[in-house]
Design a protein around this ligand. Structure first.
Ligand code: MCA
Ligand code: AMP
Length: 506
């Protein structure tokens, strides 16, 4: 983009400043929130943050549901230059404890409905101030916002100032905070708005969570920059989405959204007669799903590729051929290369690791210099951990992952974190956690366990995991083996396990 804005909020507001009365969030059974409403609400949040002494660069951690005030909290943080740190609402108290200790926020906003002991969690992690916000937008945060005058002042930021920190699963088991700058988010939003032909009269059906890049940045930044209205669904409920689709012109989703719509006999071309664009990402969309969707709906889904550390990286074209199984071309100003194990660029057609550079690439991991260094090549390219190949014309096709990462319903899961929990339990000698094909979620978590003596009861194992891990990380199935297959170096051969258990969920 030509010149970077001085604040991400000002930039987003440039898309809707001329239409304060226009509906922003349209909600079933709840009041519509106009662009003027969100502008005022976020200014009140900014006033509250400043009144509570939150300074630019300090972290604000939020584990809250999907509501207008939750969005105003994000936008209020942008206004004052605080670093917004959204967390998956599925995280358990044990997981939350880790995030609070790691992020060291000036303010933490949680939901008592999910975490009854917010006070204890905040105290244990030495968080100075905490407030709560429930899914219905009630709670001490809502009350404090309502009692605060709007503060219209918007903090000037430098291009490389960090505006958000998003945790991503770590290969070593613990999540790392990816630091995203004004440059990262503003350049990505500007590119996508143009690339996907965002229009003022677009109506976005939004059913993604707002604690990840996909639902928070990709979808909502496009809508705000376009001054478009949003059908704001609390979650992906297939029947509700199908029933509302006929109003929408754009929908973004993970592949599970599309496979669930296909599994709904009532879904068809009539469900989406106003639609101009279906977009998919966060996990591979199977060519068979792409074709079945095109046949049923008349729409060729536009697949794009991204990662938390780099926002959106490549996209199939809006005008031009959308090819199933490919993720299209690098976004403007983004460079993609495919390299071999030694980092040498490979010729077109050869599969290697995908590496990325450009204004979208993040600033590093929070308080993890070694992990930051390991993520980058000496010339600044980010190592994605994804395998792929580039066609001669620059079109990228992904071919799996260099790591053991599991992607289930668009959520990333690193086996090591689950293996660490399993290995700590009595009666388990060792474990190997793998992802296996699953029709609904793309991949599902399967735990292969070796007993130490008499195998413990599977229910007991699951109950112990439930105390430590969010539900989406917990294995969908446990199988026992007398030993794990290992190669001559003693390394567990997960590929053999993936092949052996590939049909576990058929
Ligand atoms: C919920 N559960 C899951 C998942 N979600 N289990 C495994 N994988 C999941 N993704 C649990 C629930 O707690 C529940 O537990 C059980 O599985 C079944 O719940 P269900 O009702 O089927 O789930 P759901 O609430 O309908 O959610 C499925 C979902 C959702 C719609 C696919 O996970 C979702 O919205 N995913 C989107 C994730 C996303 O936004 N990813 C973007 C990351 P029980 O069995 O106890 O009832 S950003 C990214 O990747 C990059 C930047 C990119 O490129 O976009
Ligand atoms: P996350 O760490 O949650 O941001 O997830 C990023 C990862 O999601 C990428 O490294 C890819 O492995 C995967 N991903 C995102 N989009 C796609 C896509 N269209 N096809 C295949 N994998 C994807």
């Amino acid at each position: 983009m030509a010149a970077l804005p001085e604040n991400l909020y000002s930039f987003l507001r440039s898309g809707f400043a001329s239409c304060p009365g226009k509906p922003f969030l349209l909600r079933d059974g709840a009041a519509t929130i106009s662009y003027g409403d969100i502008d005022r609400l976020s200014a009140q949040v900014a006033g509250l943050l400043r009144a509570r002494g939150v300074l630019p660069g300090e972290r604000v951690v939020a584990q809250v549901g999907k509501s207008p005030l939750a969005l105003a909290l994000y936008l209020g943080c942008l206004r004052v230059g605080a670093i917004y740190v959204p967390l998956n609402t599925a995280y358990t108290a044990a997981e939350l404890d880790y995030f609070l200790r790691d992020a060291r926020p000036a303010l933490f906003i949680g939901a008592l409905q999910e975490q009854p002991d917010l006070a204890g969690l905040a105290r244990a992690a030495d968080v100075p101030v905490w407030l709560h916000l429930e899914d219905d937008d009630r709670g001490s945060f809502a009350e404090a916002v309502a009692a605060t005058e709007p503060d219209a002042d918007i903090t000037t930021m430098a291009p490389d100032d960090v505006v958000a920190m998003l945790y991503t699963s770590g290969t070593t088991g613990r999540s790392k905070g990816a630091l995203l700058t004004l440059r990262n988010l503003a350049s990505n939003a500007a590119s996508l708005q143009t690339l996907w032909g965002w229009q003022h009269d677009d109506l976005l059906l939004h059913a993604l969570p707002i604690f990840h890049v996909h639902g928070l940045f990709v979808a909502l930044h496009c809508a705000m920059l376009g001054g478009s209205s949003v059908l704001f669904h609390p979650r992906f409920d297939c029947a509700a989405v199908r029933a509302d689709l006929h109003r929408a012109t754009v929908m973004m989703g993970v592949p599970t959204f599309y496979t669930r719509l296909l599994a709904d006999p009532a879904f068809g071309a009539a469900s989406c007669h106003n639609m101009r664009l279906f977009i998919s990402g966060s996990a591979p969309l199977l060519p068979a799903s792409f074709e079945a969707f095109a046949e049923r709906s008349g729409h060729r889904i536009l697949e794009r590729y991204g990662m938390t550390e780099a926002g959106m990286i490549s996209s199939n074209p809006l005008h031009g051929e959308r090819i199933a199984g490919t993720v299209g071309y690098a976004l403007p100003e983004v460079r993609i290369r495919v390299v071999d194990a030694s980092g040498r660029a490979l010729p077109p057609g050869e599969i290697g690791e995908v590496e990325i550079s450009g204004p979208n690439v993040f600033a590093g991991y929070w308080r993890q210099p070694e992990k930051t260094a390991a993520a980058f090549r000496p010339d600044g390219y980010l190592r994605s951990g994804d395998l792929g190949s580039l066609a001669a014309d620059g079109r990228l096709t992904l071919a799996g992952r260099a790591t053991d990462l599991i992607i289930s319903g668009g959520y990333n899961i690193y086996p090591k974190e689950i293996e660490n929990c399993l290995d700590a339990l009595d009666g388990i000698a060792e474990s190997a956690v793998i992802g296996v094909p699953h029709a609904d979620l793309g991949e599902a978590v399967l735990a292969v366990l070796v007993p130490a003596g008499e195998p413990p009861d599977a229910d007991q194992i699951m109950a112990a995991l439930a105390r430590r891990l969010a539900r989406f990380k917990q294995p969908r199935r446990i199988v026992w083996l007398p030993q794990l297959p290992r190669n001559s170096m003693g390394k567990v051969q997960k590929q053999l396990l993936r092949e052996r258990f590939a049909h576990s969920f058929d």
